[in-house]
Design a protein around this ligand. Structure first.
Ligand code: GAR
Length: 208
């Protein structure tokens, strides 16, 4: 399969998922091109990695674009400029504007560090997800990769993997176990997307 896709990544933090996917592309395991990294946070690890590795970066935030409409227009212009075919959210902590979601319907992926639809939605991000998982007493957590729609953490689920919750877990320990699983799962889903191996059955996406 040599179909390839132009990818734009959105990230706000350390960027380890972005790096995991980029490494798979550099090793020719994923037939995609990361053309652009968009971040709201100029000081984050994802931006530093993009700069080091020659990926074009664009900082889009309220400080640079105080008008929401200007911000949305710039985002869409940048996405179009690089002919984006797939958007990957990799620890992006801002809401994606509805205009962008509509324009790239079924072409925006997100990764969530728990088994949606549990432990998702407003307020469930980063360490808070793992705290809620531990406090609930569930014995299994995991990773979800899903399509992004207008409702936070709600889009159709493409793939999930589970990880155990151990009785000695702290938020940090569970987060690091889940993150390791993220680095395996996200490249698998991105690869399938880039090779057009997502099939819709009864309105549900499956990897084939
Ligand atoms: C990851 O654990 C990702 O699942 C989470 O942020 C982290 C980013 O890490 N995303 C969310 O909580 C979204 N709701 P990274 O910057 O090292 O890839």
């Amino acid at each position: 399969m040599t179909i390839t896709k132009n990818i734009t990544v959105f990230a706000s933090g350390g960027g380890s998922n972005f790096i995991a996917i980029h490494k798979e592309i550099l090793s020719n395991n994923i037939s995609g091109n990361i053309q652009l990294l968009i971040s709201n946070n100029p000081g984050c690890g994802a931006v530093a990695y993009a700069n080091e590795s020659g990926v074009r970066t664009m900082v889009i935030n309220k400080i640079r674009y105080p008008s929401t409409q200007d911000l949305i227009n710039v985002m869409i212009r940048e996405l179009e400029k690089v002919k984006t075919e797939l958007i990957i959210l990799a620890g992006y902590m801002k809401l994606i504007p509805n205009e962008v979601i509509k324009k790239y319907k079924d072409r925006i992926l997100n990764i969530h560090p728990a088994l949606l639809p549990s432990f998702g939605g407003k307020g469930y991000y980063g360490k808070l997800v793992h705290r809620a998982v531990i406090e609930s007493g569930v014995k299994t957590s995991g990773v979800t990769v899903h399509l992004v729609d207008e409702v936070y953490d709600h889009g159709k689920i493409i793939q999930q993997v589970t990880v155990p919750v151990e009785k000695s877990d702290t938020e940090e320990i569970l987060a690091s176990r889940v993150l390791k699983a993220e680095h395996k799962l996200y490249p698998i889903v991105v690869k399938a997307f880039c090779e057009d191996r997502i099939e819709w059955v009864n309105n549900i996406p499956w990897i084939i």
